[in-house]
Design a protein around this ligand. Structure first.
Ligand SMILES: Nc1nc2c(c(=O)[nH]1)N[C@H]1C(S)=C(S)[C@@H](COP(=O)(O)O)O[C@H]1N2
Ligand SMILES: [Mo]
Length: 506
């Protein structure tokens, strides 16, 4: 191949790289604008990602949670990054055909960013700025790069122009990130002191923890606690500025600051939280010791008007969840929680305050970063998930799981420890049965629990013969209801079905 012929493809590669550099400049400058604004959610990729989450159909969301679990947001951002890179390369290629088209392409991406930022639930007009300014910066960079590399061979001048664009992008991006980190409340959280509970938790019996090796911990550490939410950027809520407003169908609206909340008679309780998206055998559940202010007295202080049947709660990032009032007022330990396992709530779990209502799936009860409670009716107000077809009333379904042996494990023939976890929050787990290869059901031994609101571990001993075997379990709750065999998906009010595990005995 002659040198002449090699120039063609090189030029296209150079053109594609120009697009990439323009995109980097756009995103870097946009980050700086978002930093100056002090709002991470207005930065283009995060705004588009958040809009994407809101537009995601329920089946795709379930798939993402199933496939990526707690990493669903990372997966989304990686996907977005790949998409943006490809689009940027395409813009670069187009710039070689016609600069005007490429500039229009950048403007279109900027417009998408603006639209995404403006449609976030708590957005103001200023949130449009980062995407708009970023797009302009990207367009300017593209023009400069096209002019700078007019002869189209990657010569010294073109390289210098490229390096200049990268430097501007890196400097503004870094400055933007730094500005955004100033809003981080980790340090404030570390300095937050919580009072001792006026109503301490019942002690957890030591035997609540089943002894089988590899068994799930009875109490989930904050670090291992599952996380499910729509927040692509974690809300940074300073407790010194936090307030909780209770309003709507009430006689006397109430507003509380964080210190007001801490002065109330706090209770501490062991409560298992679980997600409606949890599949049969899934692990979107955790058990923690929560410290918080009982919610029912706060509502009574506000004076609920007759006819109200829903608490519509709102988080600092505009997420909404609906909770049936009857569940909050029926005597269970519904609370505005501030502490989790002896610490202030981790930021990812709602710092400085969240709701916890035993017995209901998280999407109808467990509002993190909660700032607003509107007393209303199901007939008038809808929340994020119920608007998408999830059930208004969603008590946690009775659930049980084989935790050990692990799926597809190989164990030695003879005595094998079988153990698992079952839950039916606020009804309690009354029995767990297990079976081998579809044989007779046998009663498992139930570990003691501190109350009805936590999960319950179960154990059994299996005299295992060599071969491949299927272990299966099912639980019965405190109302006498046994888990049905029939499998249903999580949508619209929680999965059903028996969990089974296949193991090899040698
Ligand atoms: N603000 C806010 N709160 C939220 C959610 C959310 O998306 N945003 N998700 C809910 C859902 S679906 C569940 S299962 C629980 C999960 O709480 P965790 O992340 O602390 O485990 O939080 C609930 N509270
Ligand atoms: Mo959930």
């Amino acid at each position: 191949m002659t040198a002449e012929r090699a120039i063609g493809p090189t030029r296209w590669v150079t053109a594609a790289l120009r697009g990439l550099l323009a995109a980097v400049a756009a995103l870097g400058v946009a980050e700086l604008a978002a930093g100056l604004l002090g709002r991470a959610s207005s930065s283009p990729l995060l705004a588009v990602g958040a809009a994407f989450i809101d537009l995601t159909p329920v089946w795709l969301k379930d798939f993402a949670i199933r496939r990526f679990g707690d990493d669903d947001k990372t997966a989304l951002l990686v996907g977005l990054g790949v998409g943006v890179t490809l689009a940027a390369l395409a813009v670069g290629l187009v710039s070689r055909i016609r600069l005007g088209y490429a500039l229009a392409g950048l403007a279109a991406f900027g417009a998408a960013g603006v639209a995404a930022a403006l449609t976030r639930p708590v957005a103001g007009p200023a949130d449009a700025a980062p995407s708009a300014i970023g797009a302009l910066a990207g367009m300017a960079a593209l023009v400069v790069l096209v002019r700078g590399g007019a002869r189209e061979a990657p010569d010294r001048r073109a390289l210098l122009t490229g390096a200049g664009v990268v430097a501007v992008a890196a400097a503004s991006g870094t400055a933007g990130r730094w500005l955004l980190r100033r809003g981080d409340v980790s340090a404030v959280r570390a300095d937050t002191r919580l009072p001792r509970p006026a109503g301490p938790a019942r002690p957890v019996p030591p035997a609540a923890q089943a002894r089988a090796p590899g068994m799930t911990p009875f109490r989930t550490s904050n670090r291992d606690f599952y996380r499910v939410d729509t927040a692509l950027t974690l809300p940074q809520v300073d407790p010194r500025e936090w307030t909780l407003r209770i309003h709507g169908m009430v006689a006397r609206p109430v507003e509380l600051g964080f210190d007001d909340l801490l002065r109330l008679a706090l209770i501490e309780r062991d409560i298992t939280l679980s997600c409606v998206s949890n599949q049969v055998g899934g692990d979107l559940a955790g058990n923690a010791r929560w410290l918080g202010a009982p919610l029912a007295p706060l509502l009574r202080r506000a004076g609920i008007t007759s006819g109200a049947d829903q608490i519509l709660s709102r988080s600092a990032d505009g997420m909404t969840l609906s909770t049936p009032i009857e569940a909050v007022l029926d005597g269970r330990d519904a609370m505005v929680a501030v502490g989790m396992n002896g610490e202030p709530l981790p930021i990812a779990h709602g710092f400085p305050a969240r709701l916890v209502v035993p017995g209901l799936y998280g999407y109808v009860s467990a509002t993190k970063w909660v700032v607003d409670l509107k007393v209303t009716r199901f007939a008038t107000d809808h929340a994020y998930w119920t608007r998408r077809g999830y059930a208004d009333r969603a008590p946690v379904k009775t659930f049980s799981r084989v935790d050990v042996p692990k799926p597809l494990a190989t164990v030695r023939a003879g005595r094998v420890a079988v153990a698992g976890t079952a839950w039916a929050q606020h009804r309690g787990v009354a029995a767990v049965e297990w079976q081998v290869d579809g044989g007779p059901w046998r009663q498992a031994r139930l570990a003691p629990v501190p109350g009805l609101d936590t999960w319950r571990q179960w154990t059994a001993e299996w005299d295992a013969a060599p071969g491949s075997h299927t272990l299966r379990c099912r639980a019965t709750d405190g109302t006498g209801h046994t888990q049905p065999e029939h499998r249903t998906p999580p949508f619209p009010d929680g999965a059903t079905g028996w969990h089974s595990v296949v193991v090899t005995v040698t």
